[in-house]
Design a binder for this molecule. Structure first.
Ligand code: 8DG
Ligand code: MG
Length: 142
């Protein structure tokens, strides 16, 4: 069985929205929406891989990332270790460098998208992140 270590970014903007992109049909788990990222190369540091993958896929430069969770999942053809990082500071003009659709989604709306079977725990963690925008806009004195 093939084992892959994957660096995954839960990218959150100042409104508290989350960036998701859609995997190409030709890829493993094609057609599903995902949190952007990709395979950690042999001997590569996971944060270095995260920074590299988000630059390659989205032209996004990571400014700050903190570890969120790790999810191990066995697909029928390979096993993955999703190493998930919360990216809260970034720069660059985001674009789908591989032609992949991408969008910012308000947290509660993530349930309307279909993610790969491994992603359940990630969705749960994202939905329970403290809300950035609500904290700001619900302050009556603001
Ligand atoms: N990036 C990402 N990968 C995920 C998620 N959920 C999930 O099961 N995966 C799986 C699908 C793939 O088997 C693996 C990620 O590999 P990848 O195809 O993105 O790797 P890569 O960007 O280096 O792309 P490639 O050049 O090998 O095509 O992890 C997710 O939310 N985000
Ligand atoms: Mg990828």
């Amino acid at each position: 069985m093939k084992h892959v270590h994957v660096a995954v970014g839960v990218i959150e903007n100042a409104d508290g929205d989350i960036l998701i992109s859609q995997r190409a049909q030709s890829q493993h788990q094609g057609g599903f929406w995902e949190f952007p990222g990709g395979k950690v190369e042999d001997g590569e540091n996971v944060v270095v891989a995260l920074v590299r993958e988000l630059q390659e896929e989205l032209n996004l430069h990571v400014g700050h990332a903190t570890p969120m969770l790790k999810v191990a999942h066995n697909y029928s053809d390979k096993s993955v270790l999703l190493d998930v990082w919360h990216v809260t500071e970034f720069s660059g003009k985001i674009q789908g460098n591989e032609g992949q659709p991408w969008r910012w989604v308000a947290r509660p709306d993530l349930i309307n998208y279909t993610f790969p079977p491994a992603n359940g725990p990630i969705l749960e963690a994202v939905l329970s992140l403290p809300s950035r925008s609500t904290a700001r806009t619900s302050d009556p004195s603001a």
